[in-house]
Ligand binder design. Structure first.
Ligand SMILES: [Cu+2]
Length: 166
């Protein structure tokens, strides 16, 4: 008889406990928790992208730190006739900015011979002078002093260009 009384008491406690849980747990509270992980994912995505851009920028910078360079200027085909000067496109590019110690190489793919003749106030100043150089030949000058060097073609004086040495 004692045993069954104990069982009844135990079951009564169980029922009371379960009912107590149900009464004390009326909760519509857990719902907002679902939203937060989605915001964290958005943060993780924005964290990743800038790191990839920084990596690209570093690889872009490296070639600029190398030693003396050669810069190519191409004489425009057809520049033996006036017109290219209207858009500064007789020597391509018209102006080249380089560092001290760099070299400029002129190429002449035009069927006409041209010159690269340094000028000051519109007249040859003797800093550099290619003489006539023919189709598919080149001329180069190494620049050791900072400054702005204007030049033209002595045969076609509307052809002008400039080298800026920094
Ligand atoms: Cu010329």
């Amino acid at each position: 008889m004692d045993f069954s009384v104990g069982v009844i008491i135990a079951m009564g406690l169980l029922v009371a406990g379960v009912m107590g849980l149900i009464v004390m747990d009326p909760g519509p509270l857990p719902e907002p928790v679902i939203v937060e992980p989605m915001e964290e994912q958005a943060d993780m995505e924005t964290d990743v992208e800038p790191m990839e851009e920084q990596a690209d920028m570093e690889t872009d910078v490296e070639p600029m730190e190398s030693g003396p360079q050669t810069h190519t200027v191409v004489i425009a085909e057809g520049s033996s006739l006036p017109g290219c000067e209207e858009t500064d496109e007789c020597y391509l590019p018209h102006t080249v900015t380089i560092n001290v110690g760099d070299t400029v190489l002129w190429e002449n793919p035009d069927p006409v011979a041209h010159t690269v003749t340094s000028i000051a106030d519109g007249a040859p100043d003797g800093m550099f002078e290619s003489g006539l150089f023919l189709t598919d030949t080149t001329f180069e000058v190494n620049f050791d002093e900072p400054g702005t060097y204007d030049y033209f073609c002595i045969v076609h004086p509307w052809m002008v260009g400039a080298i800026i040495v920094e």
